[in-house]
Design a protein around this ligand. Structure first.
Ligand code: 5GP
Length: 107
């Protein structure tokens, strides 16, 4: 059975798309830790990030870097932090979470 992220990638479940390549899809987290919290997901269904091929893992990291820079430019956080997948969704992914100053209003 397809993972929830595959169903998002296929458009069966709506999401706010941030970026898409032949091999990856990035979208806003439905339950964000902070404004702009983005998930970067390889289209290949692999449970664990480090089960990806070196090539696919490199693409995941490089796309994450590009998107983090775009978030920094658009929302001006102190920085965009990286959290590697937890256990909720068994499909490899990276969380990009902007970290703001306490007094920063991003909306
Ligand atoms: P993890 O597996 O890293 O613990 O967390 C998975 C993340 O996916 C969570 O932050 C959760 O909010 C997000 N998520 C789960 N289901 C959906 C969904 O249907 N749409 C979106 N946009 N995010 C989701």
């Amino acid at each position: 059975m397809a993972t929830i992220f595959t169903r998002i990638i296929q458009g069966d479940i709506p999401s706010y798309k941030i970026a898409e390549t032949d091999t990856h899809f990035a979208f806003l987290d439905i339950n964000p830790i902070a404004e702009g919290h983005t998930l970067v997901v390889p289209k290949e269904e692999t449970d664990y990030l480090f089960d990806l091929s070196d090539e696919n893992l490199s693409e995941t990291i490089i796309l994450s870097k590009k998107i983090a820079h775009a978030i920094d430019k658009a929302l001006n956080p102190l920085r965009t932090g990286v959290i590697v997948e937890g256990l909720e969704v068994p499909h490899a992914h990276i969380h990009l979470v902007p970290i703001y100053r306490e007094d920063q209003n991003v909306s």
